[in-house]
Design a binder for this molecule. Structure first.
Ligand SMILES: *Cc1c(COP(=O)(O)O)cnc(C)c1O
Length: 378
C-alpha cells in the first residue's frame, strides 16, 4: 500500500484558515478600524446569522462553552444543592459548571451504542431534588431528546442541551417536525473552541433558545446581570464573545454547511471500509438524528484491542485520540461525589474501548480510504 501524499492529521486548522485567508484578513482589518472590541456590531450580526442557520433560534453569544453551561444553569434559578443529572461519559465541563454553582452533579450512565445519555438511567437518577438534566450530544449526534424531553416535562425539570459537539445536527421530533440540536430543550449551549465544528480563533461560546424572555435573561446574565447601563438586576458573569471572534466566526459560519457535508462524506467512507471488521463497531446512528461527526469514534471489543489498534495506526502514520480516557466520576476533582468504580459500567468500558479516527473537513477521500485499509489490515 502506498503512503498517502499528504500527512494525515487529526485536525488541520492552518489549512482550513489558509483557504479563508482573504475574508479572515478583512474581518480583522474591519474590527481594528471600528475599534469596538467588546459588544461591537459583529457580535449581533453573528448571533443573527447563526440563529437564522439554526431555524430561527435566538442566539446569545458568550465567552466559551463552559460559561454557556454556567449561564444556562444560572437562568434556571435552582435552589442551592439542587441536583443536575449529567452523563457519566462526557467532557468534564458539563459537570464543572454545575459544581461551581453549588449544584450537585448526579451522574447517569450512557448507551453503549450512541454514547449518549440512557433515558432509563436518567429516570432512575431523578429525585425530588432534581432541577435539570443536561443532555450532551456527544461526538455530533443528538441524545434521545424525545425520551429525555418527556421525562423532563413529566417531572417539571429543565432540559439543557450541551451542544458543543453537534452544532448543525437536526433531530426529528415526535410530531414529525425537524429541529436543530440545541433548540429543542429549555436551553442549549455550544462552544466555538477552535477544534469544534464551528471554531473561533480562540475561545467563544453561545446559548441557544426559542424563548425570547429566556434569551433576554441570558443576555443580561452574560453581561454582569446588567439590565441597563450600571443597573445590575442579577448576579451575572463577565462572559462576552469578543467582537474580533464574532467577526471571524461570521466568515467561518458560511463554511459550516460544506464542512459538515465533508465530515459526513469522510464518515461514509469509514463506514464502508469498517462496517464488516470483526471486533470493531462503527458509530451507531439514531434514525431520528443527523450526525455532524465532530468525531468518528469506533468501539473495539477489548481494551487490549483498542490500544493495539492505536499503536498499529500510529505506525502507519495515522494519529488517533481517545475521547475520553477516564470517566468523570474517577477524576480526582469529583471524588467528593462519592461514586465508586463499577457504578457506571458502560461509561467505564467506553473509556477503555473507544478510539476516534482523524476527522476534519479537509481530510480527503483517499486519506479516509487509506485509514480504512490500515484498520482492516490490523
Ligand atoms: C468543548 C466542550 C465544552 C466546553 O466548551 P469550552 O468552549 O471549551 O468551554 C463543554 N461540553 C462539551 C461536551 C464540549 O465538548
Amino acid at each position: 500500500m502506498n503512503q498517502p501524499l499528504a500527512p494525515i492529521r487529526l485536525l488541520d486548522l492552518a489549512a482550513e484558515h489558509a483557504a479563508l485567508q482573504p475574508a479572515l484578513d478583512d474581518a480583522v482589518r474591519e474590527t481594528l478600524a471600528e475599534a469596538a472590541f467588546i459588544q461591537g456590531p459583529a457580535v449581533g450580526q453573528f448571533a443573527a446569522e447563526l440563529g437564522a442557520y439554526l431555524g430561527g433560534a435566538r442566539v446569545v453569544p458568550c465567552a466559551n462553552g463552559t460559561d454557556a453551561l454556567t449561564l444556562a444553569l444560572l437562568s434556571l434559578d435552582l435552589p442551592a444543592g439542587a441536583e443536575v443529572i449529567v452523563p457519566a461519559f462526557t467532557y468534564v465541563a458539563t459537570l464543572e459548571a454545575a459544581a461551581l454553582l453549588g449544584l450537585r452533579p448526579v451522574l447517569a450512565d450512557v448507551r453503549p451504542d450512541t454514547f449518549n445519555l440512557d433515558p432509563v438511567a436518567v429516570a432512575a437518577a431523578l429525585t425530588p431534588r432534581t432541577g435539570a438534566i443536561i443532555a450532551v450530544h456527544l461526538f455530533g449526534q443528538c441524545a434521545d431528546l424525545a425520551a429525555l424531553g418527556a421525562l423532563a416535562d413529566r417531572r417539571g425539570v429543565a432540559l439543557i442541551e450541551d451542544n458543543a459537539q453537534a452544532l448543525g445536527a437536526t433531530y426529528r421530533l415526535a410530531d414529525g417536525a425537524t429541529a436543530y440540536a440545541g433548540t429543542v430543550g429549555t436551553v442549549g449551549t455550544t462552544s466555538f473552541f477552535p477544534s469544534k465544528n464551528l471554531g473561533a480563533l480562540g475561545d467563544g461560546g453561545a446559548l441557544l433558545t426559542r424563548d425570547p424572555a429566556r434569551a433576554a435573561l441570558l443576555q443580561q446574565l452574560a453581561n454582569h446581570g446588567q439590565s441597563a447601563k450600571y443597573c445590575h438586576q442579577r448576579i451575572g458573569l463577565n462572559s462576552r464573545l469578543d467582537t474580533l471572534q464574532a467577526a471571524l466566526l461570521r466568515v467561518k459560519l458560511r463554511q459550516l454547511p460544506a464542512n459538515t457535508a465533508a465530515r459526513q462524506a469522510v464518515a461514509a467512507r469509514y463506514d464502508g471500509a469498517l462496517a464488516a471488521v470483526p471486533g470493531l463497531a462503527v458509530p451507531a446512528r439514531d434514525p431520528r438524528s443527523s450526525h455532524v461527526f465532530h468525531q468518528y469514534t469506533v468501539t473495539l471489543a477489548t481494551p487490549a484491542h483498542r490500544d493495539a489498534l492505536r499503536a498499529h495506526l500510529h505506525q502507519h502514520g495515522v494519529p488517533t485520540m481517545v475521547y475520553y480516557p477516564l470517566p468523570v466520576h474517577q477524576q480526582p476533582a469529583y471524588a467528593y461525589l462519592g461514586y465508586r468504580a463499577g457504578q457506571f459500567p458502560v461509561a467505564e468500558r467506553l473509556c477503555e474501548t473507544v478510539l476516534s479516527l482523524p476527522m476534519h473537513p479537509l481530510l480527503t477521500v483517499e486519506q479516509a480510504e487509506y485509514i480504512g485499509a490500515a484498520v482492516k489490515r490490523f
